[in-house]
Design a protein. Structure first.
Length: 534
């Protein structure tokens, strides 16, 4: 424990001390990463309550999470079995356009032909009614429930696996990575990842205290001077990271930082979750997250090893908790009969600033949007990378603080626009909830962008202009998949020679057919892994 350590921020060469309050996924991802980044030159303490539980529902991620594991020098075989992890090739949206329809948001770059996006060509010459099947190989792999690795462990697209796993090469991070779209992400149990990283962190010197923080003390400048725990006295450090979840004990409760609610544009503020045991020998492990539209929101289905994580995300303005749980149980079927439901109130939006004085909020304490595009852990990962990049040198570090806060704001606001597009762009308008999605306020800039996209599919010139994790092709997937906004092809394509585009569509179909034949199902893949491990 360091007392009075605030002074050594201005004293280069001395160990810096960081106190992390909260030991959920955010707390332990941060602790582990700081140790991987700074080793013994940073003193890290994690204090977590034994009484206040962490959120863990069975999570899906961005593919970018691989940079996190790579930074920690961890291979899939080190952490995946410990977290019940499976592969994710994209999100499958069911019933967003109309009952029985589905489309994917896959981890695959959209091609271009003669300077025009393949989506533009597709509008001019659709090969079928399925934009995703015609333009992405991954859509067929998801439909056929394939694994992104062959049974011997060889990955699907060798070319994009550069820098992974030799343990020595330079480590990349999200913002720096300019390579091809990585072909898959993961599903895993976030609380098991937190447990795994507890060992990783404590093995590398992180101090772990199980106790409740009962009071946060501020000095005359409004900086945190120390926190008081119930049984372990006071803890103090140079920097405090608030990972206390929706409570935001330091950032909001102690420092009073205002919260910017997104509720006006994204009304879903509640969830009910179930962890359903499943015999995966008999049930297909779909290699994608499924988001099935419902009367007042949507249900997620996340296949894990030997269980399914599922839940109904809804707006309490339209549906009661009891009705949501009833609908979810009917959706899942008898397997869920003995499973207890977990009802969660979600605080949707962002802290006005995530870094205030010597407190940085990471995870739910900083901000959250409904999990429709699996952004929660991405927000954490991005924040951790940024705090390492902008690590404070002293109290008067306003420039660094402002830069950090801007980058967090951009990520959150960009994702807000992307999520709003799902609702305003969904063709479905069959009840009050879905009708309201067409008239509800959306960010002004998004409304302007949609007017452009009606005439020119989204590209890097027309999507949210700051880094927010989502490439322009993601917007094409939602716009053309959800089907509620009419989009026209570029008039130039009526004059252009379509031969090369036709060759590209044919190539995608042939490649998809070949891979569906060659790749094992996820069930076969994980069965082979288990057999090899014995
Ligand atoms: C319904 C739902 C679905 C989600 N789905 C996804 C998904 O698919 N993909 C994704 O990336 N993310 C998803 N998330 C988000 C993801 O689960 C969280 O981002 C992640 O678990 C991180 O949570 P956290 O660590 O910030 O907070 P929490 O898990 O709430 O942890 C808070 C920690 O603070 C501690 N604490 C609180 N008060 C005190 C105190 N006074 N003293 C000491 N300790 C204290 C608690 O003990 C706990 O350890 C979802 C979230 C929700 C709500
Ligand atoms: N940088 C993100 C962006 C991304 C690209 N495709 C998808 C698909 C889904 Cl479901 C989420 C996220 C993404 C990444 O590569 O993960």
């Amino acid at each position: 424990m360091n007392s009075g350590a605030a002074a050594n921020l201005t004293d280069p060469g001395k160990t810096k001390s960081v106190v992390i309050v909260g030991g959920g996924t955010a707390g332990w991802m941060t602790a582990a990463y700081l140790k991987a980044a700074f080793g013994d030159r940073v003193d890290v303490t994690v204090v977590e309550s034994a009484q206040i539980g962490a959120i863990g529902v069975g999570e899906a991620t961005f593919s970018d999470i691989r940079h996190f594991f790579e930074f920690l020098r961890l291979e899939e075989s080190d952490w995946m079995p410990a977290c019940n992890a499976t592969y994710k090739l994209g999100v499958r949206f069911e019933d967003w356009r109309e009952p029985g329809h589905h489309f994917y948001h896959p981890f695959e770059q959209l091609g271009s032909v003669d300077g025009f996006s393949l989506s533009d060509w597709w509008l001019r010459m659709p090969q079928s009614s399925r934009f995703d099947r015609d333009c992405f190989v991954m859509a067929a792999l998801c439909d056929a429930e394939r694994s992104p690795r062959y049974a011997d462990g060889t990955p699907l697209a060798q070319g994009v696996f550069e820098n992974v796993g030799d343990g020595q090469s330079a480590r990349s991070n999200i913002a720096e990575y300019q390579g091809a779209q990585f072909p898959y992400a993961y599903h895993f149990e976030a609380h098991l990842l937190a447990k795994f990283l507890t060992k990783y962190g404590t093995d590398r010197g992180v101090k772990h205290i199980t106790d409740n923080v009962v009071d946060v003390a501020l000095d005359h400048q409004g900086f945190v001077s120390h926190v008081n725990t119930a049984e372990n006295g006071t803890l103090s450090g140079d920097l405090y990271i608030d990972c206390t979840g929706f409570r935001a004990l330091l950032l909001k409760q102690a420092l009073g930082e205002p919260f910017v609610s997104f509720q006006d544009t994204l009304p879903n503020n509640s969830a009910v979750a179930l962890q359903v045991p499943m015999d995966m020998e008999r049930k297909a492990i779909r290699p994608c997250t499924t988001a099935t539209a419902q009367d007042a929101g949507w249900i997620w289905t996340i296949p894990l090893i030997s269980r399914i994580g599922t839940g109904y995300v809804y707006a309490d303005e339209y549906l009661s908790a009891e009705e949501a749980e009833k609908t979810l149980r009917e959706f899942v079927g008898p397997e869920a009969a003995d499973v207890q439901a977990n009802h969660i109130k979600m605080r949707i939006g962002r802290s006005e600033r995530s870094w205030v004085n010597n407190v940085v909020g990471i995870g739910l304490a900083s901000g959250f949007v409904e999990p429709l595009e699996s952004t929660g852990i991405f927000f954490i990962h991005h924040a951790i990378e940024q705090i390492v990049r902008y690590f404070p040198g002293g109290r008067d570090d306003d420039v660094r603080r402002d830069a950090y806060n801007r980058s967090i704001e951009h990520v959150m606001e960009g994702v807000r626009e992307f999520l709003c597009l799902h609702y305003v762009g969904a063709k479905r308008a069959d009840n009050r909830y879905w009708k309201d999605t067409k008239t509800r306020k959306i960010p002004d800039a998004l409304a302007e962008r949609i007017e452009i996209w009606k005439h020119k599919v989204p590209d890097s010139e027309s999507v949210y202009p700051y880094y927010h994790g989502l490439p322009p092709y993601s917007y094409n997937c939602i716009l053309l998949g959800a089907g509620g906004i009419e989009v026209k092809h570029s008039p130039a394509l009526d004059l252009a020679d379509p031969t090369a585009a036709q060759v590209e569509f044919d190539r995608i179909r042939q490649k998809a057919d070949k891979l569906v034949q060659e790749l094992p199902s996820q069930n076969e893949f994980f069965a082979a892994m288990r057999a090899n491990a014995k």
